[in-house]
Design a protein around this ligand. Structure first.
Ligand code: ME8
Length: 637
């Protein structure tokens, strides 16, 4: 039995949790449950980030003390995690005494070791993001991360020597390809480190902000909220306090984060650990962004999705399923209730839920509800059994590779296979012929295959999987328990012939589209097009200077070229419809503008990973390039 330590970010308690928070936490929960299912002992860490200006200001707005504000808001997170069936091991709040003790201990250690020093700071500060920037980081004088105004600040502060560790970090990232995943984020961080690394200001004078952990060697200061927050990952498993636990769990296997906070996790955090003499986490995995109507959720736009509303309408299992099924780990995805309803109706109501009621009904009708046994299995029966065995391995491999939606697709494909097996075997005809032995064999085989599919779906939908398993009796129901690490439940033969089956209504009743969907939330592309684009939306496009290295005509297409384009850190294969406008000689060596963070697509069966920009007029296309040489990979903004 192995062990697996996974963490979510700890969330700010300035507001109630939204779908993004729900997603990261559900994802970590699903991974935790799969690991337990495959026999691992799991530590699943989550919590709340309660210090800093954001929280202080939220409390001020509500005219309550910060701690009171935190105590109230944290309840909304904890209650949501309960509603969402989140099986975390330990919840950490950064205002807890045990955490403060760890942060202060670590600060003292780093200070005594000479990696923290006192200096005057001159910089630009973004209040909402709580981050300092240098002049050259700014975009049009504004915060490069959120696009808002920054203020100039000059003050004395404590600094952490990030710069000292830059070269070490670059080599570490290069030598450990799995340290930052997916590779696009890894390349981003390597790009960020290319231009040097400034030391990090890790204190805030209490005169400006006092809601934080006091710096142990200077009472006039509190700790920068990010420095305090990152430490949660070691403090929740007992560093400095519970050596056995710390030795057992650290280093973490996966820090799951959103792509917004990769720099803090992949630059500050490893250096903090290195300086303190601790091992580094094995992987920092950045998932993509949930968008609503193709845009970022924001209160002012009014498109924030409240997880509590979704759970109330559709239930925890359906909501969890849609979250993990509809986002390829690492890429962005669009959330809409319409898509949710479609997914639930097709995968869960039609394929999965229906199968269960068909099976239980047939056993009811043909065998008085008592599960028959197998006699003389045929090829079709053993094929389904073999597929069940292979399925557990496929799911296991996908989970190890963090390809969650692949795992789900595999289980769903198996469910469809069971449906097909039923159609092909046609138990109703066997019944007419009076071949009870054959009928029993088919129904047992299908029920057992369903049981295995249900077990393999249970990490995604623990609530509904438990409900489904109840049809097969108490013993089977017990299998759907997140503390269960008995892997034998994945083996064929778990159902005992002779068991009485029962059904308690439809597992996933079909959802009537019109009745449930609040139309304001449904996608409305037409309206979207008329809306002006904000700077944040534009900044989401990662446009770089690329150089065309080779050109190849795509077979059977007059218009398409397959290009190999150097974009600095990597080479991309891009399909472009410019074959009628340029010869390969025109293009090779040309510097062009490339959107590099476009979802990969297959065009005429050829993978295209990015898009080159071109202007069109009267059916003529002109590729957009640079008017003088500039380093490949330079950002266009
Ligand atoms: O950044 N789509 O907390 P936070 C997907 N306290 N995930 C999303 C999302 C979206 N639209 N919006 C948020 C902080 N998330 C710090 C973290 S960790 C030591 C400190 C998720 O409340 C995603 O995981 O702003 C993102 O990284 C996190 O919520 C940010 O939560």
């Amino acid at each position: 039995m192995g062990k697996f330590y996974i963490s979510t970010p700890i969330y700010y308690v300035n507001d109630e949790p939204h779908i993004g928070h729900a997603y990261s936490t559900v994802l970590a929960d699903v991974l935790s449950r799969y690991h337990r299912l495959f026999g691992d002992e799991v530590f699943f860490s989550t919590g709340t980030d309660e210090h800093g200006l954001k929280v202080q200001e939220a409390a001020k707005k509500r005219k309550v003390e910060p701690l009171k504000h935190c105590n109230e808001t944290v309840k909304r997170f904890i209650s949501l995690w309960k509603k969402l069936d989140i099986s975390y091991t330990k919840f950490i709040r950064t205002t807890e005494k045990r955490h403060r003790f760890v942060v202060q201990n670590l600060l003292t250690y780093l200070y005594e070791r000479g990696d923290i020093y006192f200096d005057t700071y001159l910089g630009k500060y973004c209040i909402p993001e709580e981050r300092f920037w240098t002049e050259k980081d700014l975009i049009d004088g504004k915060c490069p991360s959120c696009g808002r105004e920054v203020i100039s600040i000059e003050e004395k502060n404590y600094f952490f020597k990030l710069s000292k560790y830059r070269d070490w970090l670059v080599s570490y990232i290069k030598e450990n390809p799995d340290f930052i995943r997916p590779s696009t984020r890894r390349n981003e961080i390597l790009g960020f480190l290319k231009n040097g690394l400034n030391d990090l200001c890790i204190s805030r004078p209490k005169s400006r902000l006092d809601w934080g952990i006091e710096i142990p060697f200077d009472k006039k200061y509190v700790t920068y909220v990010w420095f305090d927050a990152l430490i949660n990952y070691i403090s929740n498993v007992g560093v400095y306090r519970d050596n056995d636990s710390f030795q057992k769990w650290w280093p973490a296997d996966v820090h799951l984060v959103g792509k917004d906070i990769v720099t803090t996790h992949a630059v500050y955090w490893p250096i903090m650990l290195k300086s303190a003499g601790f091992e580094l986490p094995r992987t920092i995995f950045a998932h993509g962004w949930w968008l609503v109507q193709e845009s970022k959720m924001s209160k002012s736009v009014g498109n924030v999705v409240r997880p509590v509303d979704m759970i109330k309408k559709y239930g925890s299992s359906a909501f969890r399923y849609v979250l993990v099924r509809n986002m390829t780990l690492g890429s962005d995805a669009n959330f809409s209730e319409e898509i949710l309803v479609e997914t639930v109706n097709s995968d869960l109501a039609n394929d999965f839920g229906n199968l269960l009621s068909r099976l239980v009904n047939m056993v009811g009708r043909y065998f008085d509800g008592v599960l028959p046994g197998v006699t003389k299995p045929r090829k079709a029966d053993s094929r389904l059994q073999d597929r069940a065995a292979a399925l557990a391995d496929t799911v296991k491999t996908s989970i190890k590779g963090m390809e969650l939606n692949r795992a789900i697709e595999a289980v769903l494909a198996f469910v469809r296979q069971i449906n097909k097996y039923i159609e092909d075997s046609a138990p109703w005809n066997i019944h007419k012929k009076g071949d009870t032995e054959r009928l029993g064999t088919v129904l047992y085989t299908a029920c057992e295959a369903f049981r295995i599919a249900n077990v393999l779906f249970s990490p995604v939908m623990p609530g509904k999987a438990e409900e489904a398993s109840r049809c097969f009796g108490e013993g089977i129901k017990k299998q759907i328990d997140h503390t269960n690490t008995d892997t034998s439940i994945l083996q064929w033969g778990g159902l005992a012939p002779g068991t009485t089956l029962s059904i308690q209504g439809s597992l996933f009743p079909r959802i009537e589209k019109k009745k449930e969907i609040n139309m304001e939330m449904a996608p409305d592309r037409g309206k979207n097009m008329e809306r002006p684009v904000g700077i944040e939306q534009f900044q989401k496009l990662d446009i770089r200077v690329g150089r065309i290295l080779s050109v190849e005509q795509i077979k059977k297409s007059k218009k398409l070229y397959k290009l190999n384009v150097d974009i600095g850190d990597e080479k991309r294969q891009i399909v472009a419809g410019i074959a009628e406008h340029y010869t390969d000689e025109d293009l090779i060596g040309k510097q062009i503008a490339v959107i590099i963070n476009l979802k990969p697509a297959k065009i005429m069966g050829v993978e295209s990973n990015g898009m080159i920009l071109a202007a069109s007029n009267d059916n003529k296309l002109t590729v957009i390039g640079t008017d003088r040489e500039i380093a490949v990979g330079s950002r266009i903004s």
